[in-house]
Design a protein. Structure first.
Length: 362
């Protein structure tokens, strides 16, 4: 493989003896001392068109010393591991995504594995509303080729201001069918499996018909996110499937839900128990008013922000290399202050699901 400088790396000559490489994706800096000006010319020549032998001959440098330099740069992520060849299906279409992943890879082989993990994974999205539709779009645009959609709702005129892919002409049609066609506009080869059901304790078993699920994202909020997260959480804990609470919104705050890797991070039950302990209220002092047809305010940009964060967490999980940020924590995004506050959680030793004696700790 011919050496090529990563497209996300800027090279800056600080002075006659210091050369700096700035990795724009990760904001990292790497500096090297240079004794000869020819080093700058060699770095500039790393465009992927010349072999190590050709570079050695052209600049009259010892090939073993050149290999040491290139190995150092490769280990620091300065050289690109990308080869626009048969290793990457539709390389041109997803080039910018692959360039991004390259900064988190350690070798060409590692990058290929990361990319193939993302492409070939199967992701289930439950609930095709203001979060789920956008998450589906983000993942398909990022190269995912196998997606399972679960919902039985129809497009309503009130959906159009915040949900991806729906137009006025689609009002009355099944969301799942409309979204499938929209996703195939981005990638005609995407495999879409459709489950025409709302999530409950019975319909969750429909996932058993799907082979090799790599991730389930809960974007269903009926009757509420907590209830649907418990249903999905238990299903996933039994089968060791990573899952993400896709978030929601209330009182101008958006929930940035947790990412759960079974037996590696706190589970849904851990979160539930911790929050119950912290929010203890004397029920005798509370009177709940039942308001019919209550519709909480929503805002398209707010939904898109949360959905994008869910999409980023999903890509990390699927890569099987980049550590998700929202393990053991959840956040709230305040749209008025443009501020995110995170709350950390710990695995609970006596959790009935993932604790030392938990029924899914195996």
């Amino acid at each position: 493989m011919n050496p090529i400088l990563s497209s996300s790396v800027s090279v800056i000559k600080i002075n006659e003896s210091i050369l700096e490489f700035f990795k724009s994706n990760t904001r990292q800096q790497v500096r090297i001392k240079i004794n000869e000006g020819i080093i700058v010319d060699i770095i500039s020549s790393l465009d992927g068109t010349k072999s190590i032998e050709e570079i050695s001959d052209r600049y009259g440098v010892d090939i073993e010393q050149l290999k040491k330099l290139l190995n150092f740069l490769s280990n620091k992520g300065i050289l690109n591991h990308i080869v626009p060849s048969d290793d990457f299906y539709k390389y041109t279409k997803y080039r910018r995504i692959i360039n991004f992943l390259a900064d988190y890879s350690t070798s060409h082989k590692h990058l290929v594995n990361m990319w193939n993990n993302i492409r070939n994974s199967t992701v289930v999205i439950v609930g095709l509303g203001a979060v789920g539709t956008w998450v589906a779009c983000n993942l398909i645009q990022s190269g995912l080729e196998n997606i399972v959609l679960m919902d039985n709702d129809i497009v309503d005129i009130s959906n159009l201001h915040r949900q991806f892919g729906f137009k006025e002409k689609f009002v009355g049609e099944k969301k799942i069918d409309v979204l499938e066609e929209k996703l195939k506009e981005y990638n005609p080869d995407v495999k879409v499996t459709k489950i025409y059901s709302f999530l409950d304790k019975n319909t969750v078993s429909s996932f058993d018909n799907i082979e090799n699920i790599n991730l389930i994202i809960n974007c269903a909020d009926k009757p509420n996110v907590d209830t649907t997260s418990l249903i999905i959480g238990e299903y996933c804990m039994k089968r060791k499937i990573p899952h993400i609470v896709g978030g929601g919104y209330n009182l101008h705050l958006s929930l940035i839900g947790q990412t759960i890797i079974p037996n590696r991070s706190a589970c849904v039950k851990c979160f539930e128990k911790t929050l119950k302990e912290e929010n203890k209220i004397d029920p005798n002092r509370v009177k709940k008013l039942n308001v019919k047809n209550r519709k909480i305010g929503s805002f398209g940009p707010m939904c898109a922000i949360i959905s994008s964060m869910v999409g980023m967490e999903a890509i990390k999980v699927l890569s099987n290399s980049i550590i998700p940020a929202n393990l053991n924590r959840r956040g709230e995004f305040d749209i008025l202050k443009m501020d995110i506050k995170y709350k950390n959680f710990e695995k609970i030793d006596d959790c009935e699901w993932c604790g030392k004696n938990g029924k899914y700790n195996y």
